[in-house]
Design a protein. Structure first.
Length: 207
């Protein structure tokens, strides 16, 4: 069983797309973080965009302090032989995924690891991914509710660099939801509801 760690965002989606063997099931994990995740606040749409790939998804709420053990248990119950993740350069994330793979007896596939952030973002757009910006830090919040695609990526990268943000958002500067991509059978339909402010981090609500 090839399990892809998916959030509904562009990078985890692209990592699954780049995996040569594809994936069998998407795993969406809900963490208890102090600041709400844009993906969790838009859980329905996050899962919907995963399901639009034609693959099933498992959603699991993890207990604080037990995240690692519970994730290993889920992977074992799924019979994971491979796990796919979309980390790019944050070493702690890679080490965590390596530990998960080791403890669950699965091979780890990190198809984006070590690549240049700007290059990855451009490739995502070139390969047909469209990502709606769901949340961001204040310095690039004019992009909330706007779509990243092949036509807008240059302008977004300029703004991100000007703000000192990683163009890919690897440090959490912003988050997206994939509205269409090469694995989608149909585009994600949505309506914008409101923008909420969480201590300077703004998040868009969708229905």
């Amino acid at each position: 069983m090839r399990v892809a760690f998916l959030s509904g965002g562009k990078d985890s989606y692209y990592a699954a797309y780049r995996s040569s063997s594809g994936f069998d099931i998407g795993l969406f994990l809900v963490y208890d973080f102090p600041r709400p995740s844009p993906h969790f606040l838009n859980l329905g749409k996050s899962i919907e965009t995963i399901l639009l790939t034609g693959k099933p998804a498992v959603v699991a709420k993890l207990d604080k302090g037990k995240e690692f053990e519970e994730t290993v248990s889920i992977l074992k119950r799924l019979g994971a032989s491979e796990i796919i993740a979309g980390d790019v350069y944050i070493e702690d994330h890679l080490k965590y995924m390596e530990s998960l793979a080791r403890e669950s007896g699965a091979a780890l596939i990190e198809s984006l690891w070590g690549l240049d952030s700007e290059e990855v973002l451009r490739k995502e757009m070139e390969d047909g991914i469209r990502g709606l910006v769901l949340g961001s830090i204040s310095s690039i919040d004019k992009w909330i509710g706007r779509e990243l695609n092949a036509g807008s990526v240059d302008s977004f990268i300029e703004d991100a660099k000007r703000a000192g943000a990683d163009p890919l958002g690897e440090n959490g500067e912003y988050h997206t939801i994939v509205t269409f991509g090469p694995m989608h059978r149909a585009p994600l339909s949505y309506s914008r509801v409101s923008i909420e402010d969480y201590d300077g981090y703004k998040i868009l609500r969708l229905i």
